[in-house]
Design a protein around this ligand. Structure first.
Ligand code: ADP
Ligand code: MG
Length: 320
């Protein structure tokens, strides 16, 4: 079988944890044995997030007084693909993955006239007080917006349209390699008289869904730090949706920037292909893949995937 597996930020760092290199190595070594077993048994593409890592590099670059301007996001995204790809490959090998795992530095083509390009909504990097954020915005041409008590940089988050390295990835997969690609959603470029990088961040879940479709994956698996898609999230009635269809899921509201893009990406894959998508916990990757836990999304409900809502202690919203 061929799977595209999206790894949430929790594969490398837990929320609010400092982005220490050693912490990321340690976290990956916990997830790697299960991932290596799956990669050994199937054709697998891993797509990882890069939020904390790109935030760290952006801050370092912004604070470097020897630079006249900070590195563009496209350059920082490329750096994080190399870093995280390398860490993941080392972890897979150290966990006994018998084959080759290869990172493909990936460029993702977006539409220059994507409606999102004019409306920066995605928060990136550190939280600043208002004055500090204003100064950084003036100095660097950033857009900023309030995020809770503080202020942060915001960038557009356009949809991925095309993967530049797609055919190379398909060749690697067919030859038996495990492929790490599309990290951080891919380096966003517009295709206009050559590839030109844009200051934007593509949601990695949307890129994973596009890759799953274009590479004819048997399933799209999105792993994160909650047991699945939770209905009535944040309320005492919170329940994990065990099995559902895109038609059902699309009637429910989900948070933009976290569960929203996962649900949208998973539904889009199922609608386009008739195949299965699953959203679940990294800690239970094998069971999520097998269809026994997490939220299983199929074109129609079957006896194997009945329309049940499973409540349980693990479905309570995490306290942060
Ligand atoms: P990742 O790094 O895996 O992409 P995100 O923070 O983007 O992580 O998305 C996962 C988070 O989405 C969870 O930790 C949870 O706090 C949040 N979330 C928001 N709404 C829901 C929901 N309806 N069901 C489950 N989780 C939700
Ligand atoms: Mg996310």
């Amino acid at each position: 079988m061929r799977f595209v597996i999206a790894l949430g930020g929790n594969a490398l760092l837990h929320r609010h944890e400092a982005p220490e290199a050693a912490t990321q190595v340690a976290r990956l070594s916990l997830a790697a044995p299960a991932l290596a077993r799956i990669a050994a048994a199937h054709q697998v593409v891993f797509v990882h997030g890069n939020g904390p890592q790109v935030g760290l590099l952006a801050r370092e670059s912004a604070e470097d007084e020897t630079l006249t301007s900070p590195y563009p996001l496209s350059a920082l995204g490329a750096e994080t693909q190399g870093l995280i790809g390398s860490l993941l490959i080392q972890a897979l090998h150290n966990a006994g993955h018998p084959g080759q795992a290869v990172t493909v530095i990936t460029h993702t083509v977006v539409d220059a006239d994507d409606a999102a390009m004019g409306t920066p909504t995605k928060f990136i990097g550190a939280v600043y007080d208002c004055r500090h954020a204003r100064r950084l915005a003036d100095d660097n041409g950033w857009d900023i917006a309030a995020d809770g008590e503080g202020w942060r940089r915001v960038v557009p988050s356009p949809l991925p349209r095309r993967i530049v390295e797609l055919s190379a990835a398909a060749t690697l997969l067919a030859a038996g390699s495990t492929v790490v690609m599309g990290g951080g959603g891919g380096i966003p470029v517009i295709d206009s008289d050559g590839y030109r990088p844009v200051e934007a961040v593509i949601d990695k879940d949307h890129t994973a869904a596009l890759l799953a479709r274009l590479l004819h994956a048997d399933a799209l698996v999105i792993l994160t730090d909650v047991p699945g898609v939770i209905a009535d999230y944040g309320t005492p009635a919170a329940t994990v949706i065990a099995a559902t269809t895109p038609a059902l899921l699309r009637t429910l509201p989900f948070a933009a920037g976290s569960m929203g893009p996962k649900v949208d990406a998973a539904c889009g894959f199922v609608e386009a292909t008739g195949k299965r998508a699953a959203i679940g916990s990294l800690d239970h990757v094998q069971d999520v893949l097998d269809g026994t836990v997490g939220t299983q999304i199929t074109a129609s409900l079957s006896p194997r995937h009945p329309a049940v809502f499973r409540a349980g202690p693990s479905s309570a919203p995490p306290t942060r």
